[in-house]
Ligand binder design. Structure first.
Ligand code: UDP
Length: 328
């Protein structure tokens, strides 16, 4: 099969590219390189340096491609940032996706897998795990922007027959088990790489945002899924959408607090990590854990790499070996 991967130079997208290649597929990457890295794309892959906000350029890529499906990762995706600049999130995530969906319809690409998010279940203090049919209540403009795109996809199927899988995934983490790719955000805002950098002595004490949540130790609880498991989830989702569109939650089903993550990095690194309590970060729900039973039942998918210490170990190895990430 021949796939277009938008955002293929980003953290999750680049691991999906590896998963598709390992499975014997042909891959083309589209990325605007605003946050992605050339070095994250394996050699020999066709790359379009295109911004999805550019409707004509997007249309041209889809027109040339003869793609069996599109895997759509490209987005801006920081909850905290979206609380500070909501309109940028609505504009960029919505319009870029609209351009892509329109180009798929124009050029008769029949399938699209969309990276949605658990952030559309951002209710204040929710009991877990969250099934895919739980009420939608985004806690941030980021979550809302993803939900808007889910609704476009719903109508793109009903009226144009574009089949889609919306994968609402929880916290993607870890690094390629073979060490070919890892996580490199600038600046880094995600918990696991920040804790690892503290363990490696590359940053001062880290801050834990909020220690008064109604959780077992007061810090937020998240469901961490290894990016390799996420890549196989995309392949499994593609098998589901010949006849109908689907929406699934994708996670490990287990929740770990921010302080649990610090303990895990201490176990893996063998080092003591300094941290301090800090105020809550805007837009953070107390707990997000996925109920992925529907996806597991329908596809047979199961996470194999998502033990927390294994996630941390793969991330630690990559970060230790790449002090400059993918370089400048
Ligand atoms: N977090 C933290 N300190 C940091 C970075 C993140 O306490 O320096 C917390 C954050 O507030 C959230 C959790 O770690 O409770 C996971 O945040 P992350 O940004 O990694 O992922 P998100 O859940 O926002 O997708």
């Amino acid at each position: 099969m021949r796939y277009l991967v938008t955002g293929g130079a980003g953290f999750v997208g680049s691991h999906a590219v590896l998963g598709l290649l390992d499975d014997g597929h042909e891959v083309v990457v589209l990325d605007n390189f605003s946050t992605g890295h050339r070095g994250a794309i394996p050699a020999g892959i066709d790359v379009h340096h295109v911004d999805l906000m550019d409707a004509a350029a997007t249309n041209a890529v889809l027109g040339e491609g003869r793609f069996d499906a599109v895997l759509h990762f490209a987005a801006i995706s920081l909850v905290g940032e979206s609380m500070a600049d909501p309109l940028r999130y609505f504009e960029q995530n919505y319009i870029s996706s609209l351009n892509l969906i329109r180009a798929c319809i124009t050029h008769d690409v029949r399938k699209l897998v969309f990276s949605s998010t658990a952030a559309l279940f951002g209710g204040p203090e929710r009991d877990d795990p969250i099934p895919h049919d739980a009420p939608i209540d985004p806690g941030s403009p980021y979550g809302e922007s993803k939900f808007m795109i889910e609704r476009v996809l719903h109508w793109a199927d009903r009226i144009h027959g574009l089949r889609s899988a919306c994968l609402r995934y929880f916290n993607a983490a870890g690094a390629d088990v073979a060490g070919r790719a890892g996580e490199d955000h600038r600046p880094e805002t995600h918990l696991i790489p920040i804790v690892i950098d503290a363990a490696l002595g590359r940053r001062p004490a880290l801050q834990v945002f909020g220690t008064d949540y109604p959780t077992h130790d007061g810090s937020c609880v998240r469901d961490y899924l290894h990016v390799g498991d996420l890549a196989t989830a995309y392949l499994s989702a593609l098998t589901q959408i010949d006849e109908r569109s689907v929406v699934y939650n994708i996670g490990s089903g287990r929740g770990y607090s921010n302080i649990d993550v610090i303990r895990s990095v201490e176990r893996v690194s063998g080092r003591k990590i300094p941290w301090e309590a800090a105020p809550r970060r805007g837009g953070d729900p107390a707990t997000l854990i996925a109920d992925s039973d529907a996806f597991r039942r329908d596809t047979g998918w199961t996470p194999r790499l998502s033990e927390l210490d294994h996630i941390v170990e793969t991330a630690f190895r990559w970060r230790e070996a790449h002090p400059e990430g993918y370089g400048l």
